[in-house]
Write a protein that binds this ligand. Structure first.
Ligand SMILES: [Ca+2]
Ligand SMILES: [Ca+2]
Length: 361
């Protein structure tokens, strides 16, 4: 409705401005106290931002405030406190996952923008609840590899459900462990994690015991499934599959295919065989311990974009690199072992592969 006279319109405008100014602080969204931290997720993520108190002289005026420079200069201070918590996301997400309140600071009688709040965003595979619904990494991986995480591990105290046993390999409660080969001749066995994993950097640790035979290998293979089985004997169950392996080789197949002796650690390519079903040796180093002494040993394989270092029982065994390595492709992770004329039980347990970042597993 229009006022009839200029005086009446001016009076109405003054009343309107006064009403806006008086209720402005109340109509601003208040965040309701401090975040209660329920469901907080580790706190490693997010982007904690320190509110820039008093930053600059010109504090933006909230658009809903309507006044701008026209606000009455004689108005009383409009902020009930110098600063307060604020949150502009859905209230139910506050304090859940990465979501947290920010701070807004009063300047010239009005609150500035909400600084430092963390709002919901679509969940991604990163170990954080980005969309703040209380569920980590929900639906961020495909149906093939639906698990998002930063490690695969099995202590083999029970039969592992996510590892596939092929050939002579099986889980054995007698260890308990994964028996890659029993003490019979001319067999090969593999144990392979069920899904391929994007490979750039990882640390693999496992314990092994070699009681004869040709030795065993830790491999990353790209043959397309977890059901691969390589050559027996000096192929250690992995030769011919495709990919790469660290071999713990306990049988001397001769220098022609890269065996310096019958007790060495090597880096192999599995894409093709070197006669007799052996892998292609990229590097090999005589071991400083007896790998095949039927005793348990601990191995650590550190892989960083194609460079490989192998430590057994705390002793450095091999540093080598894969020529032409391409990072970011997916590989299946597993173990293999073989027997030939030489035979013996070969086992692994306490298996873990750790990645520095989250990914679909
Ligand atoms: Ca979530
Ligand atoms: Ca050999």
């Amino acid at each position: 409705m229009l006022a009839s006279s200029p005086q009446a319109r001016r009076a109405a405008l003054v009343l309107l401005l006064g009403a806006l100014a008086g209720c402005g602080a109340r109509t601003m969204l208040l965040a309701g106290g401090s975040p209660s931290g329920t469901g907080g997720q580790g706190g490693s993520g997010g982007t904690p931002v320190t509110p820039s108190v008093g930053g600059g002289g010109s504090v933006p005026v909230d658009a809903s405030f309507g006044g701008g420079g026209a606000a009455p200069v004689d108005a009383a201070p409009l902020c009930p406190t110098p600063q307060e918590a604020c949150y502009t996301g859905p209230p139910a997400t506050l304090g859940v996952g990465v979501c947290k309140a920010g701070v807004r600071v009063c300047a010239d009688g009005v609150f500035g923008p909400c600084m430092g709040e963390v709002l919901p965003s679509p969940d991604v595979c990163n170990g954080l609840d980005n969309d703040c619904n209380g569920v980590l990494d929900q639906g961020t991986c495909s149906a093939l590899s639906e698990l998002c995480g930063n490690s695969i591990a099995t202590d083999l105290t029970t039969a592992p459900t996510q590892w596939v046993f092929n050939g002579s390999a099986s889980w054995s409660a007698a260890g308990p462990w994964a028996e890659l080969t029993p003490a019979v001749g001319a067999v090969s066995g593999t144990m392979i994690y069920e899904n391929p994993i994007v490979t750039d950097v990882f640390t693999a640790t496992f314990s092994f015991r070699i009681g004869g035979g040709d030795g065993l290998a830790f491999m990353i293979e790209d043959a397309g499934s977890a059901k691969e089985l390589g050559h027996d004997g000096g192929g250690m169950g992995v030769a011919g599959i495709g990919g790469y392996a660290v071999e713990l080789d306990t049988y001397d197949d001769g220098a022609a295919c890269g065996d310096p002796d019958g007790n060495h650690v090597g880096l192999d390519a599995l894409a093709m065989n070197c006669g007799m079903g052996l892998p292609v040796s990229l590097a090999a180093q005589t071991a400083s311990i007896n790998l095949g002494d039927q005793q348990p040993h601990e191995a650590v394989v550190q892989f960083d974009n194609g460079t490989v270092s192998v430590v057994v029982d705390g002793q450095g065994m091999l540093d080598a690199a894969i020529p032409g390595w391409t990072s970011g492709e997916a590989y299946y992770y597993g173990f293999g072992a073989g027997t030939g004329d030489a035979k013996g039980q070969q086992v692994v347990n306490s298996v873990s592969v750790q990645f520095p970042t989250y990914r679909c597993l």
